[in-house]
Design a protein around this ligand. Structure first.
Ligand SMILES: *[C@@H]1O[C@H](CO)[C@@H](O)[C@H](O)[C@H]1NC(C)=O
Ligand SMILES: *[C@@H]1O[C@H](CO)[C@@H](O)[C@H](O)[C@H]1NC(C)=O
Length: 228
């Protein structure tokens, strides 16, 4: 009976060991998978192509799964192995075209260049009074407002011989011409109601006029008395 108990105990131990090994293996496999598959997607709102080639430049197309098959991409890395095609989340922007020869499954947004730098879609900057936005096609899309201060106009005036010089009133820089007319210049045309007003000849107004103006100029009262 004693040996039977020992065998039974050994069997239990073996079973436990096997279970533990299986669990450990499953856990490590699971961890390796989650690190990459659950990484935040690089291309959630379309591919941000930072204006370069990645897999192509590094000639880095890898078969199967190869977690070392990476290329620097923006502030992170992207993959050029076939496994990235499963999640789409971490492939380099040129993976599909260069490695597979097919168009990418999500839209590619080309960034916009400015001052030797490439900016992602949706970036904005101000050009005097106009806002420029990086559109998805690699071009800056700028508003077309006339600006209150026009640099070219200042230069043109100062190049000519007009007897006066134009200055850059910097505190007006960045305003549109419309804003300037509305808020700054004091050149507003009065509204139609005011434009259609007639001079009043009520007694109230006459009294005001008489008291304010010298008598000799005109006042309706002496005129009527002379006529009658
Ligand atoms: C990669 O993914 C695309 C889109 O999901 C699919 O059409 C293509 O067959 C896949 N290629 C490979 C080699 O798995
Ligand atoms: C005018 O002044 C603004 C603000 O100081 C400056 O950014 C801009 O370059 C100037 N433009 C010209 C034409 O001098």
């Amino acid at each position: 009976a004693g040996s039977w108990a020992l065998v039974s105990f050994m069997r239990l131990l073996w079973t436990l060991l096997t279970l533990w090994l299986l669990a450990a293996e499953d856990l490590s496999a699971h961890r390796a998978r989650t690190r990459r598959e659950l990484a935040p997607g690089l291309h959630e709102r379309g591919i941000r192509d930072a204006g370069g080639s990645y897999c192509e430049r590094n000639d880095a197309c890898c078969a199967g799964r190869d977690d070392a098959c990476t290329v620097p991409y923006l502030d992170t890395i992207c993959y050029c192995d076939l496994f990235c095609n499963r999640t789409v989340s971490d492939c380099c922007p040129d993976f599909w075209e260069y490695c597979l020869g097919i168009p990418p499954p999500v839209a590619v947004h080309k960034g916009c260049d400015r001052g030797g730098q490439n900016y992602p879609t949706g970036t904005t900057y101000r050009e005097n009074c106009n806002l420029c936005t990086c559109s998805g096609n690699g071009k800056w899309d700028c508003e077309q407002h006339a600006c209150l201060i026009d640099g070219e106009m200042i230069d043109a005036v100062n190049r000519g011989n007009y007897g006066w010089r134009a200055a850059n009133y910097s505190h007006f820089w960045g305003m549109t011409l419309d804003e300037g007319i509305r808020y700054r210049l004091g050149t507003i045309k009065p509204p139609p109601v005011v434009m259609h007003m007639n001079e009043l000849w009520g007694t109230e107004l006459q009294r005001v006029k008489i008291s304010k103006e010298p008598k000799s100029i005109r006042s309706p009262k002496p005129l009527t008395s002379k006529e009658t």
